[in-house]
Design a protein around this ligand. Structure first.
Ligand code: MLT
Length: 396
C-alpha cells in the first residue's frame, strides 16, 4: 500500500489566508447586507497598467498568426524577458548574466519549488513572524525548522547570532508581514554570516518596489559576496499587479555552488524537467513592466497604495497605537490595542466594524498580540476602514 507523505499531518489545520477567508465568508453568510472592508490578504485591486495590457493584447494577436505563433516557451524564460530583467538590475548597479535569471509563475510557487535543490536533511532558519508558506513548504518536505523570533526590541530585524547557523536562511525585506526593512549594513552581516557557515540565503524580494529609502537595498546582490550565498526570489504580483496573472523571476548566480554542484545548473535541470515554461502571452506582458512607460505606470499604482498606507498610518498615529511598516512596504504591522490577542482583535474588528485584517499569530507565535493591515484595498475602502477603526478605538 502506498504511504502518504505523513508530514502533511504536521501542518496546521488550514493555511492562514484560507482560514481567514472561511471566517469572513461565514460572517457574510450571516450578515449578507454588510459592507465588508478587506485589508487582509495582500491582493492588489488596481488593474494592470496600460503598457502591460497593450503588450498582452499584442501577444494574443501574435498567437493568431502562423508566423508569430509561439508554442512551448524556453523552460527557464523567454530571452526577451530575461534580457529586460537583466537590464533592470544593471540600472541598479547589479550585473547579472541573463542565464542567472529564471522566469517563474510567481514567488509563492517558486518558494516551494526551489526546495528541490536542497537535501531534505538540511535545516531551515525562519525569522518569525514570517510568511506562512516558508514554514509550510518545509514542514511538507520534512525539513527541520529553526524558528528565530523577532520583536519590537530589534525592530523585527534580528541579527545573525549563535544558533542561527542553518543550511537555509529565509530573509524577506521589505518584510511580510512586518514591513520592516534591512539596511545595507544589516543585510551585509547576514551575507557574511551565510558565507562563513556555508549557508544559502533564500532572499524574498517580492516587495522591493515599495522601498523609498536609499539606504535600503532592493536586491541582495547589491551586497558584497552575495553571489556565493544567495538566491533571490522576485515577483511581479505586488510590483505590477500580477497576483492573478502570475509571473515572477528568480536569480541564481553561476558562482553559487556547494560540494561541486552548481545551483544554477541544477535549477536548469529542474526547470527543464518539471516545467514547460511560462506562457508567451504572460511573459510579453511582463516584459512591458520593464519598459520606460511600464515603470512609470507601475509606480503610479504603487504611489496609490502608498496613499492608502498614509491614511492608515495617520489613523494609528492619532490613536497612539504602535506600528511599523507602511513606508517601504505595503503592510502595516500594529500592536493590538488594550493588550488584545491577535485573533481576538480579528474577531473584534470583524464583528464591530466589518474590517478584515490578518492576525499576527498566523505568522508565528511571536506575532501574537500584533495585527497586519494590507494597503492594497481601494482608496475608498481604506479611508472608510481608517474612519471605522478610529471611531471604534477612540471609545474603547
Ligand atoms: C500576503 O497577504 O501575505 C500575500 O498576499 C500572500 C501571497 O503573496 O501569497
Amino acid at each position: 500500500m502506498i504511504t502518504p507523505n505523513m508530514h502533511y499531518a504536521d501542518l496546521e489545520d488550514s493555511y492562514l489566508f484560507y482560514h481567514i477567508a472561511q471566517k469572513t465568508n461565514a460572517y457574510l453568510r450571516e450578515h449578507p447586507q454588510t459592507r465588508l472592508l478587506r485589508m487582509g490578504i495582500g491582493d492588489v485591486t488596481l488593474p494592470l497598467c496600460g503598457a502591460v495590457i497593450r503588450a498582452l493584447h499584442e501577444a494574443v494577436d501574435d498567437q493568431a498568426e502562423k508566423e508569430r505563433f509561439h508554442g512551448y516557451m524556453p523552460e527557464c524564460g523567454a530571452p526577451f524577458l530575461r534580457k529586460a530583467i537583466a537590464e533592470h538590475y544593471r540600472k541598479r548597479g547589479v550585473n547579472l548574466d541573463e542565464e542567472e535569471i529564471f522566469v517563474s509563475s510567481g514567488a509563492s510557487d517558486e518558494l516551494g519549488d526551489i526546495l528541490d535543490l536542497f537535501d531534505r536533511s538540511s535545516n531551515a532558519l525562519i525569522i518569525e513572524p514570517a510568511y506562512p508558506a516558508y514554514v509550510d513548504a518545509n514542514v511538507i518536505a520534512g525539513r527541520k525548522i529553526i524558528h528565530l523570533p523577532s520583536g519590537e526590541e530589534n525592530g523585527f530585524l534580528p541579527e545573525p547570532s549563535p544558533g542561527a547557523e542553518a543550511d537555509l536562511i529565509y530573509l524577506c525585506s521589505p518584510n511580510n508581514p512586518t514591513g520592516a526593512v534591512f539596511n545595507r549594513a544589516q543585510l551585509q552581516r547576514w551575507v557574511d554570516f551565510a558565507n562563513r557557515n556555508g549557508s544559502i540565503i533564500l532572499f524574498d524580494a517580492a516587495y522591493e518596489a515599495f522601498i523609498e529609502d536609499d539606504t535600503v537595498p532592493h536586491s541582495i546582490f547589491e551586497l558584497e559576496r552575495a553571489e556565493t550565498c544567495a538566491i533571490e526570489i522576485c515577483s511581479l504580483s505586488k510590483t505590477a499587479g500580477f497576483t492573478g496573472t502570475r509571473l515572477g523571476y528568480t536569480v541564481i548566480p553561476k558562482a553559487l555552488s556547494r560540494q561541486g554542484m552548481s545551483f544554477n545548473e541544477m535549477w536548469i535541470r529542474n526547470r527543464t524537467t518539471k516545467t514547460n515554461g511560462v506562457s508567451y502571452i504572460i511573459q510579453k506582458g511582463g516584459a512591458a513592466v520593464f519598459s520606460e512607460e511600464g515603470q512609470r505606470q507601475i509606480f503610479e499604482n504603487i504611489r496609490y497604495y502608498k496613499g492608502n498606507a498614509e491614511l492608515l498610518m495617520r489613523a494609528f498615529d492619532h490613536l497612539g497605537i504602535w506600528y511599523c511598516g507602511g513606508r517601504n512596504a505595503p503592510y502595516l504591522w500594529i500592536r493590538c490595542p488594550n493588550g488584545m490577542g491577535s485573533w481576538e482583535f480579528f474577531d473584534y474588528l470583524l464583528n464591530e466594524i466589518q474590517v478584515v485584517g490578518t492576525p499576527g499569530e498566523g505568522f508565528g507565535s511571536c506575532g501574537e498580540g500584533y495585527f497586519r493591515f494590507s494597503t492594497f484595498a481601494s482608496r475608498e475602502d481604506t479611508a472608510e476602514a481608517a474612519r471605522r477603526i478610529v471611531r471604534l478605538l477612540e471609545k474603547a
